[in-house]
Write a protein that binds this ligand. Structure first.
Ligand SMILES: OCc1ccc2c(c1)OC[C@]1(O)c3cc4c(cc3O[C@H]21)OCO4
Length: 350
């Protein structure tokens, strides 16, 4: 009946966190690594002893594996142990292959970071946040601190965050390889708010002839030196952006509201104006497709939007919102290419 379906829907959303926490436990225990290193399907006793669990914990491990297997992180098969009866064994799936450490596709640091207590505690004050009169993030409401200031004070959490950003950048490298046409023909590129140059280095490796400039605030790049084709320039992206054939804005505009994003886009347009029609701005951010029939993908994109809102007052934009922002900034056309599963690469032309 409708009442029963509504109850299942409601309870599922109450306990969604259990699946997140089971995933976090799997990463902390190193289950994916243990199965990967075992080199073949792994039985529960083999896994438990490899993880050095106390015998009393074997059945607990089984219950976690049952949920994680149901959620598609592991798969069951059977093995013939010492020649006779068949025994259940576990293998990795594409999702848990993203948890094998040391691989360029490893996203374990994002699991640890996004589900770290510091990333979750802010939700304790959401009622207060909704009822206060000042514009601040849920994080600031909970801690009294700006997220970025806090991050730069807590070295453990900062290194987890940096590992997570680095993990995402490594996957961006695969996206660059799949979209070489976007960068071919460029002689110069400026990575606006490019931080310490992680992404610029990836582009430089893939396209050594492109002169890459990392542009960020003085306190970020002030004392960084580059080489002949990778240099660091400090400044204020709201005032002016160094000119180049292309301006890269990766995960920048989702941290800013429309008014400030418009400013950044207009400065970026000035920066590529010497190139006329051949100049371009490359935006890497989520583009929420309003008429997508992929409910799970849209759910992830909307969850990401709320995460950006609660931590940075940032936002993820829909396709229509991108179009309005791009045209308001004076650009004439754009092209959206899906990358990395749930993000998009948006090429914007004057
Ligand atoms: O725009 C940049 C940006 C991009 C992604 C993420 C950001 C910020 O913060 C929220 C987030 O969920 C998060 C929080 C974290 C973390 C990783 C992590 O991934 C997510 O490590 C420590 O805390």
């Amino acid at each position: 009946s409708e009442l029963y379906h509504a109850q299942i829907h409601l309870y599922k959303h109450i306990y969604n966190f259990v699946s997140s926490m089971a995933l976090k436990s799997a990463v902390e225990l190193g289950i994916a690594d243990a199965i990967h290193n075992h080199g073949k399907p792994m039985t529960l006793p083999e896994l438990a002893s490899s993880l050095k669990l106390h015998p009393s914990k074997v059945n607990i491990l089984y219950r976690f594996l049952r949920l994680l297997t149901h959620n598609g992180f592991f798969a069951k098969t059977t093995v013939k142990s010492n020649g006779e009866e068949e025994e259940t064994a576990y293998v990795l799936t594409p999702s848990s292959k993203l948890l094998v450490s040391g691989k360029s596709t490893c996203l374990s640091s994002v699991v640890k970071g996004a589900l770290h207590p510091i990333s979750l505690d802010l939700w304790g004050v959401s009622k207060k946040w909704f009822h206060e009169d000042k514009e601040q993030t849920l994080f600031e409401c909970a801690t009294g601190e700006n997220y970025w200031d806090f991050l730069n004070k807590d070295s453990d959490y900062l290194s987890i965050f940096q590992d997570a950003m680095a993990a995402d950048s490594r996957l961006f490298k695969l996206a660059i390889q799949e979209n070489k046409h976007v960068f071919e023909g460029l002689e110069s590129l400026v990575d606006v708010a490019g931080g310490t140059g992680g992404v610029a280095k990836l582009i430089h490796e893939a396209f050594p002839h492109i002169k890459c400039t990392v542009f960020d605030q003085p306190q970020v790049v002030g004392n960084l030196t580059g080489n002949e084709n990778l240099n660091f320039v400090s400044g204020d992206m709201f005032k002016s952006v160094p000119s180049a054939d292309a301006v890269l804005l990766k995960w920048v505009l989702h941290d800013w509201n429309d008014e400030l994003s418009l400013k950044i886009l207009k400065k970026s347009k000035e920066a590529i104006s010497h190139k006329g029609k051949d100049g371009k701005v490359i935006i890497i951010d989520i583009s929420i497709d309003d008429n997508s029939d992929d409910h799970g993908l849209t759910e992830l994109q909307l969850e990401y939007d709320v995460v950006m809102l609660t931590m940075f007052l940032g936002k993820e934009r829909t396709k229509k919102e991108w179009e309005k922002l791009i045209y308001d900034a004076g650009f004439s056309r754009y092209k959206i290419t899906p990358i990395c599963g749930f993000k998009s690469l948006i090429e914007v032309y004057p």
